[in-house]
Design a protein around this ligand. Structure first.
Ligand code: XMP
Length: 526
């Protein structure tokens, strides 16, 4: 059942047929300052109507319209009177349903191509007659459906763009949403503004205002707890909720003893001192390290840390409730869930996007604690979360901070996690961060950190032979953490980091640079 999003302004709906680019389409529309919502391909027409959308986009997808299990639309959507843009598979599906002909071709047309625009149409308004485009399709339309005309062609296809201007139905065989179609954004803008008549009312200012009102309504006089990790999502959620409900929000910051240098201090400074958020700081270092004693297996480490977090958090909420003078009821748990976690993924065999898993974040909290959820960021993409954070006055050091795994330094210490090994890794990591920042590289990469290996090697220091630990540097670039490559950092910078670590961190005599990409390696070492 499709959920009707609460946003009151202009909105477009994207029906997802399993394309790896569906979320890219949604983001392109949001960049036009118009709200977009992704729904399953088989969402009934009457539900689509209820969303109040001003237009529908049919995404691409890996299937062939004639295949037995091909995802189909509710044909009634073509009678809603709404503009429709079909992209790739979406265009073929529309053609197929409206009386055109689609032919299966064994050879996929994949890669760059040139589009020749024949007829002016709203979709190509203010665009040149010849455009670079990106193709990725097997089947193609070979006969136009009734009412349609060809608007643009490529060398391989007379129907690369088609339109039924009267019904406002458009089809594109190529992908306007990808960066390889350089003027694609303008094609999408034309559909959004000219064809659908959307207004630019999706701004982070309007989002903040509307979300605050909704949260106040949802929460009433109750109290909300939020596990603040210092990461971007929980930090922005905290700042937003604090704006909405002030002291009805209490943040719990658990120091699991596996944090980076200064992390606890930064969170306390920003949220406690600057924002005056009610902040409960729990130092659970001993609890976590006791549980981790002698554990070297990565999966066991992760499980232990996840479970212990739930217990510590639960204890903290119980304590808060007991202590609270006016017996505040903590009935709500806030989480920094984002839109990509919410989208119901369409799993169609052969589609790599369907296999991509979302990451192992702390789950299980609400189920165990019987708390209702508040998820103020569930409509947002990551870049939008950052904009909201900046508008709410959070500093760059939080808004643009690199991702940090929930199990923290434990998965960057291969082998046993002890206080001494934590000290070594923390000191080495602090040098990596400070040199990356000083050289302006920190914000240009996805992640940059140190890993402590379970390897000792021989060295010399002065006249002495040493037998000490090895640090690996992991510095990667990535768009979303799903794939990554090592960064070609200048040798001088690598040299400086290495020298400083070996000179300043007691217990290290060797530094290596990890030059593996993901896949087949992962970003973290455990
Ligand atoms: P991998 O190591 O799987 O990491 O290539 C991909 C991205 O996910 C981050 N990561 C985590 N994030 N909880 C998180 O919130 C975790 O348990 C976790 N493990 C890995 C990792 O830092 C990288 O950005």
């Amino acid at each position: 059942m499709a959920k009707t999003d609460a946003f009151h302004g202009s909105k477009l709906v994207i029906l997802d047929f399993g394309s790896q680019y569906t979320q890219v389409i949604a983001r392109r529309i949001r960049e036009c300052q118009v709200y977009s919502q992704i729904l399953r391909y088989d969402t009934p027409a009457r539900e689509l109507k209820q969303t109040g959308a001003r237009g529908i986009i049919l995404s691409g997808g890996p299937a062939s319209v004639y295949a037995k299990n091909a995802p189909q639309v509710d044909r009634e959507i073509f009678k809603l009177g709404l503009p429709i843009l079909g992209i790739c598979y979406g265009m073929q599906l529309m053609g197929f349903h409206l009386g055109g002909k689609v032919e299966h071709s064994e050879r996929r047309e994949y890669g760059a191509g040139m589009l020749h625009v024949k007829n002016s149409s709203d979709l190509f308004r203010n665009l040149p007659k010849h455009l670079d485009i990106w193709n990725s399709h097997g089947d193609k339309l070979t006969k136009l459906p009734r009412g349609f005309a060809a608007v643009a062609q490529t060398d391989n296809s007379p129907f690369a763009a088609i339109a039924d201007v009267k019904r406002k139905f458009y089809g594109l065989q190529f992908h306007p949403e990808v960066a390889h179609t350089p003027r694609g954004k303008e094609i999408i803008q034309n559909f959004v503004y000219e064809v659908c008549g959307c207004k630019m009312d999706w701004t982070m200012g309007s989002f903040i205002e509307q979300t605050c009102a909704e949260v106040r309504e949802q929460v009433g006089d109750d109290h909300v707890v939020l596990g603040l990790s210092g990461g971007v999502d929980s930090s922005v959620a905290a700042a937003l909720l604090h704006k909405a409900i002030g002291d009805q929000l209490t943040c719990i910051f658990v120091n699991n003893g596996l944090l980076r240098s200064k992390e606890a201090e930064v969170v306390q400074r920003v949220f406690g001192e600057n924002f005056h958020v009610k902040l409960k700081y729990v130092d659970a270092t001993t609890r976590f390290l006791t549980k981790l004693k002698g554990v070297a297996d990565p999966e066991r480490k992760r499980k232990i840390i996840g479970n212990e977090f739930i217990r510590v958090f639960d204890d903290a909420v119980t304590e808060l409730t007991k202590k609270s003078k006016n017996s505040a009821r903590f009935n709500f748990l806030a989480q920094g869930t984002l839109y990509p976690d919410v989208i119901e993924s369409v799993s169609i065999s052969g589609n790599p996007a369907a296999l991509i898993k979302s990451h192992h974040n702390v789950g299980g909290l609400p189920k165990k604690m019987k708390l209702k959820l508040v998820e103020p960021l569930r409509q947002l993409f990551k870049d939008e979360v950052r904009q909201v954070g900046l508008q709410l006055g959070l500093p760059n050091e939080i808004v643009y901070r690199q991702p940090f795994p929930g199990p923290g330094l434990a998965v960057r210490i291969l082998g046993d996690v002890t206080r001494e090994r934590l000290r070594i890794l923390r000191d080495a990591d602090a040098i990596v961060v400070s040199e990356m920042k000083a050289s302006d590289w920190y914000y240009r990469v996805w992640q940059s950190f140190a890993v402590l290996l379970p390897v000792r090697s021989v060295g010399v220091m002065g006249d002495e032979r040493t037998y000490e630990n090895t640090i690996a540097l992991r510095i990667v670039e990535s768009q979303d953490g799903m794939t990554a490559d090592w960064v070609r950092l200048p040798y001088e910078l690598l040299g400086k980091i290495s020298t400083r670590i070996i000179n300043e961190v007691k217990g290290v005599n060797r530094v290596c640079y990890d030059i593996s990409s993901k896949p087949p390696a992962t970003i973290e070492w455990e």
